[in-house]
Design a protein around this ligand. Structure first.
Ligand SMILES: Cc1cc2nc3c(=O)[nH]c(=O)nc-3n(C[C@H](O)[C@H](O)[C@H](O)COP(=O)(O)OP(=O)(O)OC[C@H]3O[C@@H](n4cnc5c(N)ncnc54)[C@H](O)[C@@H]3O)c2cc1C
Length: 442
């Protein structure tokens, strides 16, 4: 099988490069991979950052490894065995009519299971279901020099732990056995609860976390006066009564292509978009009955959304602030917003619970996400926010933010050195590498 040169973009358009690409369609092909090359697995290629390509690596597209291999729907803990290139969409179409789901789902249906494991992703229900690791029972991993290895919590445990959130650097996840969860219906009752600022939002989320199945917020960071950060919490619970089948489970591909477009977001349109979105949701539609698919994947049909950022794309900031530091953090964070007035198009928060290890974006606290215009004028804000995060023990998400450097990550993640050393011990030749791992010196 021949490799082909291809132009790759990160979703945020902050990194692009030409690299070799190949899309194997059978296991025997993997076994024939030359041992002296560098590789990096690629799922749907939807990462915000350059995690599944690199100019010195061959990108291995896994989209043809997309079959369901075994399914055990009965019993307390239903399970499924899938090839890792399968999309969340394909799994949803199979599982949902049977009253089942993958318990942790990130926000786009095109995303692959391999990508979910490699970034240990989270959904809108993180506080209830944890990270993707919580539903992975077993992985089959291929390494060009080591062949196929099975790993789980009982077998090759160090490798299992390194592969979850391991950014594809331990090998190609070929298959995974996943734990599933039953759902009472494919419909959610969604309430939109307004809040006046970030402190208020945290209280609302904490209260709602007792009963909601899913929680996230919309935050308006465009007015720098009293209502800075105001917005509403989406508090969703599965409907117990409504069992009508779900409709319109479709999506449009988010694959990035070259563009010459200018951004539609600017100083006039950003505040207008935020005000309109807030008003529409809190005044006109404070309650909605929503299909599960549409709630989970709100921009599934809106492939144009990221194009509105134009050819320069955007900078995604996503940080996890420890609960114990939340109040002082919010004060300092708001002071930075007022000082630098960055152009934030879209803001959102999630409520997290869990433990941090390796380079996983995990812990207990609040996750603040922002899509920021990539203007040079916003650089002062980013630098000051990096400093604040290091000072307050917050961590930036490596999977989302193309700006992060090795020094920043080494300062924020206590196990940076341990993760790097374990990788080197497992694979001294570091045969799996991406533009991201090169940048982080992994
Ligand atoms: C609209 C949108 C919403 C999102 N929402 C969320 C969210 O709510 N929560 C969240 O956590 N993330 C979210 N993400 C980020 C996304 O979940 C991750 O970036 C995910 O890794 C993308 O999966 P992918 O299949 O596109 O993988 P790719 O982008 O192709 O690869 C991502 C990483 O996974 C590795 N990888 C992929 N397949 C394999 C494999 N078979 N074996 C080994 N390694 C592999 C790659 O090497 C790379 O390091 C969102 C992304 C988008 C575009």
């Amino acid at each position: 099988m021949q490799t082909a040169k291809r132009l790759f973009f990160s979703l945020d358009r902050q990194t692009e490069c030409v690299a070799d690409y190949i899309e194997p369609d059978r296991y025997s092909f993997l076994e024939q991979l030359p041992e002296n090359e560098r590789y990096i697995p690629r799922g749907a290629g939807l990462s915000y950052v350059a995690a599944s390509f690199g100019s010195k690596s061959i990108s291995l597209g896994l989209s043809k490894f997309n079959r369901i291999l075994a399914f055990e729907p009965s019993g307390e803990e239903p399970t499924i065995v899938v090839e890792a290139g399968i999309s969340l969409h394909k799994l949803h179409l199979f599982l949902c009519p049977q009253g089942l789901r993958v318990p942790v789902e990130p926000g786009h249906p095109q995303i692959s299971i391999g990508g979910c494991i490699a970034f240990n992703v989270f959904g809108k229900n993180q506080f209830r279901e944890g990270f993707f690791e919580s539903c992975v029972e077993e992985i089959e991993l291929f390494h060009p020099q080591k062949g196929l290895l099975t790993c789980s919590r009982n077998e090759n445990t160090t490798l299992f732990e390194l592969t979850i959130g391991g950014m594809g650097l331990t090998g190609v996840i070929v298959k995974a056995k996943l734990r599933l969860k039953r759902i009472p219906s494919p419909w959610l009752n969604v309430q939109k609860i307004p809040f006046t600022d970030l402190h208020h939002m945290f209280q609302v989320m904490k209260n709602e976390s007792q009963t909601a199945d899913s929680l996230h917020s919309f935050n308006d960071f465009t007015s720098f006066g009293k209502g800075l950060g105001r917005g509403f919490v989406y508090a969703a619970a599965f409907s117990e009564e409504d069992t009508a089948p779900e409709l319109l489970m479709t999506f449009k591909s988010l694959e990035r292509k070259p563009t010459r477009r200018f951004a539609l977001f600017n100083r006039l349109t950003i505040p207008a978009f935020n005000a309109a979105y807030r008003t529409l949701n809190t005044r006109l539609k404070p309650y909605e009955r929503m299909p599960f698919y549409r709630f989970n994947y709100p921009i599934a049909e809106m492939s144009f959304y990221f194009d509105w950022y134009g050819r320069k794309g955007f900078v995604e900031r996503q940080m996890l602030v420890p609960e114990a530091k939340l109040d002082p953090y919010i004060e300092k964070f708001e002071a930075l917003l007022r000082k630098y007035r960055p152009q934030i198009v879209f803001g959102s928060c999630k409520f997290f619970s869990g433990k941090q290890c390796h380079l996983r974006f995990a812990g207990t606290g609040i996750v603040i996400s922002m899509e920021v215009m990539p203007n040079a004028a916003n650089q002062g804000f980013h630098d000051a926010l990096d400093e604040l995060n290091v000072h307050m023990g917050a961590i930036d998400n490596i999977a989302k933010d193309s700006r992060v450097t090795k020094d920043l990550i080494a300062s924020e993640y206590p196990e940076y050195g341990k993760f790097r050393d374990l990788l080197a011990e497992y694979d001294p030749h570091r045969q799996l590498a991406s533009a991201l791992s090169d940048k982080l010196c992994l």
